[in-house]
Design a protein around this ligand. Structure first.
Ligand code: FAD
Length: 266
């Protein structure tokens, strides 16, 4: 996988357990030859094209990670049709019908849900930067458009209301860049933890969604066509707002850290 020769996927979410993965129903049982996995996973990026899946399952009540190779008997993936967001990547349902895997399929050192969540902390760090990229792409397009689109005999960029939108967006993007940069520096120093990552994922994706929506507005009717890219970013960012911890769940993670009171789960 590191050499880019194999594709992987990460199977945590289930049909009935999204924000609350601790309730997962997928089970692993030890048998004489290794483990038997049974259950299903939902919304798994690259599920049907992956050579190997990391599947999180409960073994004796503890969440553990298992590697399941494509083609293993009882293991299948079905793509979820009709997405209007992140259409370039497939998103799949994984079905595990008493799948037998060897003893070395168990990821060593995975103990409890925190192992799965520690992977997500890495992915969410990348998303904090990705949000900035999407926002910049939309802003760049809207700025160029505003300078050339003429209404009332002048480019719309000359109107104060449009300039305010541009100034607000440039400020928000810059703040998000600084947040991601600071987080990156903390990470390099080995000091970034999941709370820092929650602040950045939550803020930067919400910022990008707001920016994409404002840019769509600046483009007028053109903003709803695929001739411009804001619509694509807008739809894609809706997924990013939900995956890797929804915006609300990151709010509650931060709320718990600040108050010491968990407003969700136990
Ligand atoms: C394109 C895409 C790709 C994905 N890829 C993967 C992948 O590769 N691997 C993987 O494991 N998963 C993946 N996911 C799944 C993603 O992580 C989940 O969608 C996400 O965790 C939310 O779960 P859910 O969709 O079941 O929503 P739910 O958990 O049902 O949430 C619905 C709404 O309820 C809110 N909510 C839930 N609980 C609370 C609470 N206690 N308080 C307040 N509000 C609450 C949420 O914030 C949200 O607004 C992907 C999703 C998408 C859209």
């Amino acid at each position: 996988m590191a050499r880019g020769e194999a594709i992987g996927c990460f199977g945590l979410t289930e049909p009935d357990f999204g924000s609350d993965p601790s309730g997962m129903r997928t089970r692993a049982e030890k048998d004489a030859d290794g483990y038997v996995l049974h259950g299903s996973k939902m919304w798994i990026t690259n599920g049907s094209v992956a050579d190997v899946a990391v599947v999180w399952a409960k073994l004796d009540g503890n969440v553990r990670g298992f590697l399941v190779e494509k083609g293993t008997k009882g293991f299948s993936a079905r793509d979820i049709p009709g997405k209007f967001s992140l259409r370039v990547s497939v998103t799949s349902e994984l079905s595990l019908d008493r799948v037998k895997v060897g003893p070395d399929s168990l990821l060593p050192g995975t103990e409890g849900l925190k192992s799965a969540l520690s992977c997500l902390t890495q992915a969410r760090y990348g998303i904090a930067w990705g949000g900035v990229g999407s926002a910049l792409a939309c802003f760049d397009e809207a700025l160029r458009y505003a300078k050339t689109r003429v209404q009332f005999g002048k480019p719309i960029a000359s109107f104060q209301l449009v300039q305010k939108k541009l100034a607000d967006m440039a400020t928000q993007i810059t703040l998000a860049q600084l947040l991601a940069l600071r987080l990156g520096r903390l990470k390099e120093e080995g000091k970034a933890d999941f709370l820092h990552v929650s602040v950045a994922k939550r803020n930067n994706v919400a910022m990008a969604l707001d920016v994409a929506r404002t840019c769509r507005d600046i483009l007028g009717a053109n903003g709803i066509t695929d001739e411009y890219q804001v619509g694509r970013h807008l739809c894609n960012l809706e997924s990013v707002y939900t995956y890797e911890g929804t915006h609300d769940i990151h709010t509650l993670i931060l709320g718990q850290a600040l108050t010491g009171i968990a407003a969700y789960g136990d």
